[in-house]
Structure formats: structure tokens, C-alpha cells
Write a protein that binds this ligand. Structure first.
Ligand SMILES: [Zn+2]
Length: 384
């Protein structure tokens, strides 16, 4: 057994603790760049908390998916304004943008130098500026991951900036920030969290530390996602989903993912579909495809037992088997009104191209069994 586990320097978790952000930020600098999403008003309490702690701030909004150019603009602004640290306050996209801005603030050159696929993939040589991640959704776990997914509209691709240097100094997870999320966003992000607990648990690079996190996260997501969807103000359900999201982030960053995320990159790069919605539509299909392939070609694989355990964790029944797990996820996606991928304009004619791109995605390498091009295409087709 060999593994490595790395995460944020500090994880601070608890309802209401976003109010401590000022005190925490003051440890890293007197002037900070705050990367926020489209709804600027949401960050007002944070900006007040910073002011009260004697920290001045400049805000930088990132609306929609972060692009390579927005990261460069953010870093230029932070440099011009002499910011010593970067705070990301928002969903996964905002946190990813902020992570990349913190890295570009200290590392010279152009962002393209460091990007995989479309750039030179050079390693970030210098530690990032201190980065504090404050998620306002419960799903991506981006506060503890070491990659930033960025869109390059010019290449019609989403690519990752990857480095252990992207890890946050502080991940400040406050479930109270999620109480007002609308049901559809709760469903999409929550199913991303669920996917990010199942894929690392069955993947080929799972390790005992990530296993523990996945088991605990799956139990909590399974009993709370429906409640968080139907009754957003339910504090314990929101708390459990924030934990599930955090644990999913810890697991994926230190184990790996699988075919759902292998598809999610190319689909998200070509169609205006939210990441969580893509994962949600694919999850039960990929689980079924993996099970079928494992039974046919690798009946002795430990992954089959893992899928049985997933089913027990999800259903709460000691005698549940892998197929019960697939059924449970299918029923959940129906209850949470998850749309098929066709709703985002993806057609049968797109399957070949998306499948070819997905086959080369880095997440695909950790899938518990290598799916054939035909199996991948059929899985995607079923999700349309
Ligand atoms: Zn995801």
C-alpha cells in the first residue's frame, strides 16, 4: 500500500463561522482580493467582517464559468492593488478562479505556460499567495482540491491548472451560507457531492484515508440530500451536505474520480450545462455500465464489493447489493427532477466526439475498469 494525502493547511467548519473570516484573513495580510460570483450583495457580510478586522479589500467578480482571461485580469488587479492574499467566496467556479489568481499573483509569466493540454503544462515553481476558500454551495469540494478548472472558449475546452501549490491556506466551510440556495442548485451541487464520494470509493486509486471519508460522506449525503432539496432551511441537512461536499473534495483530491467526471469535462466545455447537472444525469448510467463491465471482464475485481458497500451505505440496508445502489441513485435523481443531457442540447450526433474526448480525460484513468469506446458511447447515449 502506498499513498499520499495533502489538503488545505487549515479546515474550519461550522454554521456561522464565516463571520470569523476577517480575523482569519488578518493573519495573512492587511489588503486582500475577494473573488466573488455574480450576486455581489451576497458578499456584503464578508466585506464587513474584513473591515471590522482591519483588512481592506478589492472585489473581483467572476460570472459564470471562469475563463483563462478572467484569471489573468484578477491577478493583474491584485498586483495593481497590492493585495497580499486572495479570498474566494462562491461556488466551485469562483473558488477555482480564486485559486488560480492566487497562484498567478506570485508565479510570473502567462497562465497558458502552466495549463495542461492547451498550454505548456509547466509546474508552478513559487508558492501561491495565501488563499482562503469560503464555499457558498455544497457540492464541488473545491475548497480542498488542488486543481482549478478553467474554460478556454477559443479552444472549446475546459482545462485544469494542477499543483499542490493550489491548496488553500484555510478552507472555511460555513453551512449557513447554503441555507438560501434554490432547490435546483441544491440538487445539482448535491449530486456532484454524491458522485465525488462514489467515484473515489470505487476507483483504482482509493486508499484507506479516502475510504473513511467516502463512507462517512455517503452516509450523510444519503440521509440528507432529499431534505436539503425539499426544505432548504433544514439546518442539519444543510450541515450534512456541507460535510459531504468537503469529504468528497478531500477524497477526489487524494484518490481520483472515474467515468462520470471523465465525461463531465468535455461535455461542460462544449455545452452550457452546469457541472453538477451533467454528473447527476450520468451517475446511475455509469454505475450500471461499470457493474456490467466488471461482471463480464473482471468478476474477481474488488470494485464489485465496493459497489455493494456503496449500496449498503446509500440504502441503509445491510443486505443491499450493487444493483440496489443503482436503483437508489436512479430514484433520487428522479425525485430531485434531474434533467436528461438532451435538455442541454446534446444530441446523438455529438456522442462520438464527446466519447473520444472523454476517453482521454484524466479522470477516466481512475475508473475501476477501462470501458470500451462502445460502452462509453452507449452510456452517454442512455443519459441524453
Ligand atoms: Zn464534480
Amino acid at each position: 500500500m502506498k499513498f499520499e494525502f495533502a489538503t488545505a493547511t487549515r479546515i474550519v467548519f461550522g454554521a456561522g463561522l464565516a463571520g470569523d473570516a476577517g480575523k482569519i484573513a488578518a493573519e495573512y495580510g492587511r489588503r486582500v482580493l475577494v473573488v466573488i460570483g455574480g450576486n455581489a450583495g451576497r458578499a456584503d457580510p464578508l466585506l464587513r467582517a474584513l473591515r471590522d478586522a482591519g483588512v481592506s479589500s478589492v472585489t473581483f467578480p467572476v460570472v459564470g464559468e471562469p475563463e483563462v482571461s478572467s484569471v489573468e485580469q484578477g491577478a493583474a488587479l491584485a498586483r495593481r492593488e497590492n493585495c497580499a492574499a486572495v479570498i474566494g467566496f462562491g461556488g466551485g467556479s469562483v473558488l477555482d478562479a480564486a485559486k488560480a489568481v492566487a497562484a498567478m499573483l506570485t508565479n510570473g509569466g502567462e497562465l497558458l505556460d502552466y495549463l495542461e493540454i492547451i498550454g505548456h503544462g509547466r509546474a508552478l515553481a513559487i508558492p501561491s499567495a495565501p488563499f482562503i476558500a469560503i464555499p457558498t454551495t455544497a457540492g464541488t469540494g473545491s475548497e480542498v482540491t488542488r486543481n482549478a478548472v478553467l474554460a478556454s472558449p477559443q479552444h472549446k475546452l475546459k482545462v485544469s491548472l494542477r499543483s499542490p501549490r493550489l491548496l488553500a491556506k484555510v478552507a472555511l466551510v460555513d453551512p449557513a451560507l447554503t441555507y438560501d440556495l434554490p432547490p435546483a442548485l441544491t440538487a445539482n451541487t448535491g449530486l456532484d457531492a454524491l458522485t465525488q464520494l462514489i467515484e473515489p470509493f470505487v476507483c483504482s486509486r482509493a486508499n484507506p484515508m479516502t475510504d473513511g471519508l467516502c463512507r462517512e460522506g455517503l452516509r450523510r449525503a444519503a440521509r440528507s440530500l432529499r431534505t436539503a432539496f425539499s426544505d432548504g432551511q433544514n439546518r442539519s441537512a444543510r450541515e450534512e451536505m456541507s460535510l459531504a461536499s468537503l469529504f468528497g473534495g478531500l477524497a477526489l483530491a487524494n484518490a481520483g474520480l472515474g467515468a462520470v467526471h471523465g465525461f463531465a469535462g468535455p461535455i461542460g466545455g462544449s455545452f452550457p450545462a452546469p457541472h453538477g447537472a451533467i454528473c447527476a444525469a450520468l451517475l446511475p448510467r455509469v454505475m450500471a455500465a461499470n457493474l456490467q463491465a466488471l461482471r463480464r471482464r473482471a468478476p474477481a475485481s474488488a470494485a464489485l464489493g465496493r459497489y455493494d458497500e456503496v449500496a449498503r451505505l446509500l440504502t441503509g440496508h445491510a443486505d443491499a447489493t450493487a444493483d440496489d445502489g443503482v436503483k437508489w441513485v436512479r430514484a433520487l435523481t428522479a425525485d430531485l427532477q434531474i434533467k436528461p443531457l438532451g435538455a442541454f442540447g446534446i444530441r446523438d450526433g455529438d456522442v462520438a466526439d464527446l466519447t473520444a474526448k472523454a476517453a482521454n480525460a484524466s479522470s477516466m484513468k481512475a475508473n475501476p475498469i477501462a470501458l470500451t469506446p462502445e460502452e462509453l458511447a452507449e452510456t452517454l447515449r442512455q443519459a441524453l
